[in-house]
Write a protein that binds this ligand. Structure first.
Ligand code: ADP
Ligand code: MG
Length: 229
């Protein structure tokens, strides 16, 4: 095991949902550490808690117990404002559906998070154009989401997620909504980006071929994270 610090470390994560009289025990002491530059595929059947785990890792949701360390900093007791700052600056999130803003161009969608963070328009524009070009979208900068294919939309969403140069990239079935060929292409640019940028990445997917190309594969079994071969 690497002796540097993990970019993200989930320790003893518990999460349950109350449903009427029943309690659903989803995560029951889940542990996962991911180091900079490492990509981890999270492969588990529907309903086992992949999204829950990613939301907790991305500080979008609180665990009932356990701790999320982001670059060594424990986050569970931080005020919401600090959790939000960490999320904005250190974590990028890609969802199954792109959630791009329809009235803005690809370029603007990638500029916005940077400007929210305080970067000047010029710098935000340069970085957005660079990222979109890296993802093969240099000819699509001025297109709105509706003028892009599904795979292109998802690549813009990936560029937006990493616009603020996060140290951690979380993706929840990012190619789940795409046909196999497009999915293959989006996944390959995503993994190239992870390796080029040194993100720690956790990517939930059902696609075993894509998962096979990542550095590690894990699943969720009985509420805990289990390493796969
Ligand atoms: P996955 O992403 O692996 O399909 P989820 O993390 O979305 O699984 O959900 C895990 C389980 O928790 C599912 O059984 C789901 O119905 C349940 N669940 C998720 N969110 C809630 C919620 N807000 N309230 C109640 N149950 C929930
Ligand atoms: Mg899910």
């Amino acid at each position: 095991m690497d002796d540097t610090e993990p970019a993200i470390h989930l320790q003893g994560i518990e999460r349950r949902y109350i449903q009427g009289d029943a309690t659903l025990e989803i995560l029951q002491g889940a542990d996962l550490a991911v180091w900079p530059g490492q990509s981890v595929a999270l492969i588990a059947p529907s309903g086992t808690g992949k999204s829950t785990l990613l939301h907790i890792a991305g500080l979008l949701e609180h665990a009932d117990a356990g701790e999320v360390y982001i670059n060594g900093v424990p986050t569970s007791h931080l005020p919401d404002s600090e959790r939000t700052t960490i999320r904005r600056t250190q974590i990028g999130f890609v969802y199954q559906f792109h959630h791009l803003l329809p009235e803005f161009s690809a370029l603007e969608n990638v500029m916005l998070p940077q400007m929210i963070r305080g970067l000047a328009r010029k710098e935000a524009r340069e970085r957005a154009a660079q990222l979109l070009s890296f993802l093969g979208l240099q000819e699509r900068l001025d297109h709105r989401p509706a003028e892009l294919s599904g795979g292109e939309q998802q690549r813009v969403a990936i560029a937006r997620a990493v616009a603020n140069a996060p140290s951690i990239l979380l993706a929840d079935e990012p190619t789940g909504n795409l046909d196999p060929r497009t999915s293959e292409y989006v996944f390959s640019v995503l993994t190239q980006l992870v390796h080029a940028s040194g993100f720690a990445a956790i990517i939930a997917t059902h696609n075993m071929d894509l998962a096979a190309r990542m550095d590690r594969r894990v699943t969720i079994r009985d509420g805990v994270v289990v390493e796969l071969a």
